[in-house]
Design a protein around this ligand. Structure first.
Ligand code: PGA
Length: 244
């Protein structure tokens, strides 16, 4: 299976011109890489301008659960797909924290996104002081409630401990290995061992050019979700080269 490298640009960069320039730089840096699937998730307003290519797929950072209607400021899954997104990040901790997203909302969004033929990158992870297993298991079972085995083929799970996001304090590769196994155990419980083995599991949280490799070789994960470091084309390129 190709490794997945997801760039979460969050609310960056500040202008469309910079976003276009960053994408061009990233394209240069990743030239020749065949063993990784690279997914760039820019702010939704630029999806339409930032064209996917053979080497780069695009993703949205969020979508609404309804198809249309009176939801000021929101975009639907079909709108994101129509603008070029193939993936959507859902359940990111920043949306849970700042926008009050619950697992129930994430579940509705996943179902809407699947209907619009988007692939899902579902983020799960505990806050500091919380028990990883309790949080990850309940987030997974509630967010994935009602999804068929077939629908699960379109789902990627990203473990992003909240304490590691943007802090420079990445999870240790050994702990990421244990969490990866725990996520697969939970998928086995919810679905089957077969599905658990097939579902890509990513790590995210202060990933950089130095620490990236260990999550693949040591933690045996299927890829990375990169925030801050994805805004630096050289560093992102380095990550992509190292893990592919
Ligand atoms: P970070 O963010 O790499 O800046 O820690 C990761 C994320 O929030 O997806």
């Amino acid at each position: 299976m190709k490794k997945l490298i997801v760039a979460n640009w969050k609310m960056n960069p500040k202008a469309a011109k910079e976003a276009l320039a960053l994408l061009e730089e990233v394209k240069k840096e990743i030239r020749g890489i065949k063993e990784a699937e690279i997914i760039i998730c820019p702010p939704a307003i630029w999806l339409q301008n930032l064209k996917p290519s053979a080497a780069i797929k695009m993703g949205a950072q969020n979508c609404h659960w309804e198809v249309s209607g009176a939801f000021t400021g929101e975009i639907s899954a079909a709108m994101a797909a129509g603008a070029g997104a193939e993936y959507v990040i859902l359940g990111h901790s920043e949306r849970r924290q700042f926008m009050g997203e619950t697992d129930e909302i994430v579940n509705l969004k996943i179902k809407a996104a699947l209907k619009a033929k988007l692939k899902i990158i579902l983020c799960v992870g505990e806050k500091i002081g919380e028990e990883m297993s309790a949080v990850v298991e309940s987030q997974m079972s509630a967010s994935l409630a009602g999804l068929s085995v077939n629908q699960m083929k379109e789902v990627v799970i990203a473990y992003e401990p909240v304490w590691a996001i943007g802090t420079g304090k990445a999870c240790s590769p050994d702990d990421a290995l244990s969490v990866g196994l725990f996520i697969r155990k939970t998928l086995t419980k919810l679905y089957s061992r077969f599905l658990a083995e097939k579902t890509p599991v990513l790590y995210g949280g202060s990933v950089n050019g130095q620490n990236c490799e260990a999550y693949i070789s040591q933690s045996r994960l299927d890829g990375l979700l990169v925030g801050g470091a994805s805004l630096d084309a050289k560093e992102f390129g380095q990550i992509a080269k190292k893990i592919s």
